[in-house]
Write a protein that binds this ligand. Structure first.
Ligand code: SF4
Length: 174
C-alpha cells in the first residue's frame, strides 16, 4: 500500500493516561474518536514525550506553569524535544504533511490555548488552607511551557505548524 505521508504529533498522555498527575487521569476511550478519525484517515501518529513524568516522576505534585519557568525545566524540555524536531525536519524535507500538534488544554506543560498559572512556591503549609492554594490558580490563554519550547525550537528552524488542544478539536467532530 502507498503510504499516506500524513503525520500528527500528540501529547504523550493522549495515548497513555498512566502518565497524568493524580487525580486527573481520564478514561482512555475519551480520546477514541479523535484517534480513530486520524487512524481511519491514514495519519501516522508521533507520541511526544511527557516532560512532567520524565522530569518529576509518577509521584509528582500537580504544578502550574510558573513553577516550570526556569532554565532547568526549559533545558530538559529541549533535550526531550530534539529527537522529535529531527523527525519533523526529516519528514518535511521528504514531502510529508504534518497536520498539527495536539496538546492538552489547561496543562502547565502541554496546554495549547490554555494553561494554568499561580504564584505557588514552597510547602503547602505556607498557605492558609487548601482552598487558599486552589483559589490562586488561574487559567490563562497561553501555551504550556513544553509547547512553548517546541514552538520556539520549530521557529529557529523556520518551521510553522498548527497547534491544537485535543479536546477543542474533538468537540468539532461531535
Ligand atoms: S505533561 Fe503533557 S503529556 Fe505529560 S501528563 Fe501532562 S499533559 Fe500529558
Amino acid at each position: 500500500m502507498k503510504r499516506a505521508k500524513k503525520i500528527i504529533l500528540i501529547s504523550h498522555c493522549i495515548l497513555n493516561q498512566n502518565s497524568v498527575v493524580k487525580p486527573y487521569a481520564r478514561k482512555q476511550e475519551e480520546f477514541l474518536k479523535f484517534l480513530q478519525n486520524k487512524i481511519l484517515n491514514n495519519y501516522g501518529i508521533i507520541q511526544l514525550p511527557c516532560p512532567e513524568l520524565t522530569i518529576h516522576g509518577l509521584k509528582r505534585w500537580g504544578h502550574v506553569k510558573d513553577q516550570f519557568e526556569h532554565p532547568g525545566f526549559l533545558e530538559e524540555s529541549k533535550k526531550l524535544l530534539f529527537p522529535i524536531l529531527n523527525q519533523i525536519e526529516n519528514y518535511l524535507k521528504n514531502g510529508y504533511e504534518i497536520d498539527g500538534i495536539y496538546g492538552i488544554s489547561g496543562s502547565p506543560s502541554c496546554g495549547v490555548n490554555t494553561t494554568c498559572r499561580a504564584d505557588w512556591e514552597g510547602e503547602a503549609s505556607c498557605y492558609e488552607s487548601l482552598e487558599d492554594i486552589k483559589s490562586r490558580v488561574k487559567l490563562v490563554s497561553e501555551k504550556g511551557i513544553f509547547m512553548e519550547v517546541l514552538e520556539s525550537l520549530l521557529k529557529e528552524k523556520n518551521i510553522s505548524l498548527n497547534f491544537y488542544d485535543v479536546d477543542e478539536w474533538s468537540e468539532k467532530i461531535d
